[in-house]
Design a protein around this ligand. Structure first.
Ligand SMILES: CC1=C(CCC(=O)O)c2cc3nc(cc4[nH]c(cc5[nH]c(cc1n2)c(C)c5CCC(=O)O)c(CCC(=O)O)c4C)C(CCC(=O)O)=C3C
Ligand SMILES: [Fe+2]
Length: 351
C-alpha cells in the first residue's frame, strides 16, 4: 500500500527575539517548569539573537533527504511541522490534507524511546489530526533508530575526529536529562522501565565500540523542572569537575541523545561545559551530531524504504523495535506514560 508524503516532525525553535517567550510558553505549558528556569533559558536563546538553529538545521536535513529520495527514484514530497513553533504541525497536516495527502509516513527527529523523545511525538500526531478533522491523512510514524548502523557510524566518525589533537581525553556521552519518574515509566510496563536511559547507554556503547574508545561515561544535560524533583544525573558540568578532580586532562563530549546541533547542544555544551573545562585548564572538544552527515539522509530514506520497499530493518542492538505506530497510538498499552505533573497554583494537576 502506498504513501504519498513524508512528514518531518520536530521540536521547533524561535527565529527572532520576540518569538522566544511565546515559544518557551508553548514548550513548558502545564509542565511545572519554574519561572526562574524559563527566564534563564530565554537568556540562552537571546544570546543567539533569539534564533535557535533548529529550524534551519531541519530545513537543511530535509533538503538532503529530498535529494536522497530523488536519487533513489522515490517520489515522496516532504512536509515540515513542529510541536512547539512554526511551522506548527497542526498547520502542516492541514496543508497536507488540502494537497490531497491521504497516507503519510512521519519522521520524528528523535532516535529514542521515552515520553519526551517518542510518545510526545505521538501526541503531536494525534493533536494535529484532530485539529484537521475527518480529512486528516493517516500518519505512520517511523521507528526509533538509536541503534541503526548509519546513526551509530555517523556519531562514531564524529567522535574520532573530535579526539584528534587532544591527548588522553576522556569520552563523555550526553543526553537530555528527564525526570527520574519519566525514565522509570519509559518503555512498556512489562519491560520494567528505564528504556530511555538504557537505550542511551546502548547507543553510547555501540558508538564507543565503533570509534575504538575503551573508556567512557554517560551523563546528562539541560536539566529543567523544579529542583526538588529528581532528574537523571550526573550533570555534564558536574561530571567534568569530577573528572578534573581525578586528574583527567581533557574531555570529548558526544551528544549521542540528539540528532542536531540545536540550542541545547550549542549552549549547554559548547558554551557552559566548554567554559567550565577551560576554567579548569582541561582540553575540550565536542563531537558533531549527525544532522549534516550524508548518512543521516540515507538513514531517513532507509527507514522510509522499510515501509515502501520491504527494506530490512537494520539494527545493532537487541532492544525490541519500537516507535512505529499509526495515527499517534502509543507503542503498547501503558508505554512511556506521561509523568504526573506537579500541581499548579490552583491546586489542580497541570495537563
Ligand atoms: C528527552 C528530551 C529531548 C530529546 C528528544 C527530542 O529531541 O525530542 C529534548 C529535546 C529538545 N529540547 C529542546 C528545548 C527545550 N526543552 C525544554 C524542556 C524539557 N525537555 C525535556 C526532554 C527532552 N528535550 C524535558 C523532560 C523538559 C521539561 C519540560 C517537559 O516536561 O516538557 C525546554 C524548556 C525550558 C527548559 O529547558 O527548562 C526547552 C526550551 C529542544 C530545542 C532546542 C532548540 O531550540 O534548538 C530540543 C530538540
Ligand atoms: Fe528539551
Amino acid at each position: 500500500m502506498g504513501y504519498d508524503a513524508l512528514l518531518w516532525l520536530s521540536f521547533g525553535g524561535p527565529e527572532g527575539p520576540d518569538e522566544v517567550m511565546p515559544f518557551l510558553e508553548n514548550v513548558t505549558r502545564g509542565r511545572g517548569v519554574p519561572p526562574e528556569r524559563l527566564a534563564e533559558v530565554a537568556q540562552h536563546y537571546q544570546h543567539f539573537g533569539g534564533v535557535s538553529p533548529i529550524n534551519r538545521l531541519n530545513r537543511e536535513a530535509i533538503a538532503a533527504v529530498e535529494k536522497e529520495l530523488a536519487a533513489q527514484g522515490i517520489d515522496l514530497p516532504v512536509y515540515f511541522g513542529n510541536r512547539n513553533w512554526q511551522p506548527m504541525v497542526e498547520d502542516t497536516v492541514a496543508r497536507m490534507a488540502a494537497d490531497g495527502v491521504r497516507r503519510a509516513l512521519v519522521f520524528p527527529t528523535s532516535a529514542y524511546g521515552g515520553y519526551s523523545a517518542c510518545r510526545q511525538y505521538d501526541e503531536d500526531i494525534e493533536r494535529a489530526r484532530a485539529a484537521v478533522g475527518e480529512n486528516a491523512p493517516e500518519l505512520t510514524k517511523l521507528r526509533q533508530f538509536f541503534d541503526h548502523p548509519l546513526f551509530v557510524s555517523a556519531f562514531a566518525d564524529a567522535l574520532r575526529s573530535a579526539h584528534e589533537g587532544l591527548e588522553n581525553a576522556r569520552t563523555v556521552f550526553t543526553a537530555h536529562s528527564v525526570p527520574d519518574s519519566a525514565d522509570k515509566a519509559s518503555g512498556p510496563p512489562e519491560e520494567g522501565g528505564r528504556r530511555y536511559s538504557r537505550q542511551i547507554a546502548e547507543a553510547a556503547r555501540l558508538v564507543a565500540a565503533e570509534a575504538g574508545v575503551a573508556e567512557y561515561d554517560v551523563v546528562w544535560q539541560s536539566r529543567s523542572g523544579p529542583p526538588r524533583i529528581p532528574w537523571l544525573e550526573p550533570d555534564v558540568v558536574d561530571h567534568i569537575e569530577a573528572l578534573h578532580a581525578q586528574g583527567v586532562p581533557a574531555v570529548v563530549v558526544c551528544p549521542v541523545g540528539f540528532v542536531s546541533d540545536h540550542l541545547e547542544v550549542i549552549w549547554d555544551l559548547d558554551n557552559e561545559a566548554a567554559e567550565r573545562a577551560g576554567e579548569l585548564g582541561m582540553g575540550f572538544a565536542r563531537a558533531a551530531t549527525p544532522n549534516a552527515d550524508p548518512r543521516f539522509a540515507e538513514l531517513v530514506v532507509e527507514l522510509v524504504r522499510e515501509h515502501i520497499a520491504d527494506a530490512p530493518a537494520r539494527k545493532l542492538s537487541d532492544f525490541p523495535m519500537a516507535g512505529c505506530t499509526v495515527d499517534g497510538a502509543p507503542c503498547a498499552i501503558g508505554c512511556c506514560e506521561p509523568a504526573r505533573r506537579p500541581a499548579t497554583a490552583t491546586g489542580r494537576p497541570a495537563r
